[in-house]
Design a protein around this ligand. Structure first.
Ligand code: TXA
Ligand code: MG
Length: 346
């Protein structure tokens, strides 16, 4: 299959891209679209055959459910129930963070085919703020199921070029909306009624942080499980994920490193500071810096998947990653790093 890429830089191109994407989606085809987090591979959420194409193109196991994106917040009632006991806090949370990088798990309605939710009684729902995504989904007029537009387990794409590397030849259209403004997948939460405060469980750390959610309830991270422990609560959150083909080692302390003779290393540095102790460890073939100089977490988040992909393609034998501060957005970046490193942990 020939994969067409349409840019949206000029309004005429954008119009063309939006129209073609919407036509394909309404006809039961799948299309890669930009969102503010990462690129998504979209299908009509009410069309089981279209959704099956998403699983096929991604080689995604059928146990891993998709996120349903809404054209507008009020469309929530078409896909999910909002139980009375959590309606208050959930409405407040959605008012604050939608449109934006927040996904919430709610009981599903029968309108959503079982293939979307992998047979679970719940559905993950999100409302993106990306301007191109918004135009396409408005034109389609109904919800779109869209996981990240990468092959299963691989690095999430934050540019149209990255989508092409992952899915080129497998899908008819990629809409190029430029680089993603957040760079990490949405925060996934579940809300539970409790007194005196409702409980908010973070199933996947993301751009909306624990600190951001605190005013709406008691926030905790859902326990993370290894593949041997069975299914994690968000089934796609396997311990090994976001994996580059090149082995990656998250080096918590520079003292833990002994370079091997003849091995070529790349460094994923946080802020390129000699005092952090990583720059001089060996003669790296390549160094990529997440937040040059200053160490700002939002900047590191935006660049993370992009630089990880770049290092993966640089042909080195091993990628060494510096740790990221474990606060705010850093929690989400660390989460991706440790999953990327998982398969290479002894
Ligand atoms: O930012 C994002 O969320 C991006 C953009 C494209 O929207 N999408 C994304 O989708 O990251 P995906 O499929 O790569 O990750 C969705 C995660 C998976 O870990 C999946 O297991 C979890 O959401 N999920 C989906 N439905 C669920 C459900 N009913 N209960 C628990 N977890 C669910
Ligand atoms: Mg994904």
């Amino acid at each position: 299959m020939q994969t067409q890429i349409i840019s949206t830089g000029f309004e005429d191109d954008a119009k063309d891209a939006v129209r073609q994407a919407a036509d394909l989606l309404r006809a039961g085809e799948i299309v890669a679209l930009p969102t503010e987090t990462v690129y998504g591979l979209a299908a009509d959420a009410f069309n089981a055959a279209a959704v099956a194409k998403v699983f096929e193109a991604k080689e995604r196991p059928s146990f891993d459910p998709l996120i349903v994106h809404l054209p507008k917040p009020s469309a929530l009632e078409e896909v999910a129930d909002l139980p009375e006991e959590i309606a208050g806090p959930v409405k407040k949370i959605l008012n604050k963070f939608w449109p934006g990088p927040l996904t919430i798990i709610l009981p599903k309605k029968d309108t959503i085919p079982d293939i979307v939710t992998s047979g679970q009684p719940t559905v993950a729902v999100r409302h993106s703020k990306d301007p191109v995504f918004k135009r396409v989904i408005k034109e389609v007029g109904g919800p779109l199921a869209a996981p990240s537009a990468n092959r299963f387990g691989s690095i999430s794409p934050t540019s149209a070029a990255a989508v092409e590397e992952e899915l080129g030849g497998r899908i008819p259209l990629i809409v190029d909306g430029g680089a993603c403004s957040e760079g990490l997948e949405s925060t996934i939460i579940r809300v539970e009624a409790a007194e005196p405060k409702s409980r908010i469980f973070i199933l996947r750390a993301g751009p909306i942080t624990k600190e951001d959610l605190r005013e709406f309830g008691k926030v905790e991270f859902a326990p993370r499980l290894s593949p041997d422990d069975g299914q994690p609560e968000a089934p796609g959150q396997l311990a090994s994920h976001y994996s580059p083909r090149t082995p990656l080692r998250l080096l918590e302390s520079p003292n833990d490193f002994k370079p091997e003779d003849g091995k070529r290393y790349a460094l994923l540095s946080y802020r390129n500071q000699p005092k952090d102790g990583y720059l001089e460890l060996t003669e790296y073939e390549k160094i990529a810096v997440l937040s040059p100089g200053s160490g700002k977490l939002p900047e590191a988040a935006v660049r993370f998947f992009f630089l990880l992909r770049e290092l993966d393609e640089s042909g080195v034998d091993e990628i060494i990653a510096e740790p990221i501060p474990n606060r705010g957005l850093g929690v989400a970046i660390r989460d991706r790093l440790s999953r990327a490193a998982y398969s290479t942990v002894e």
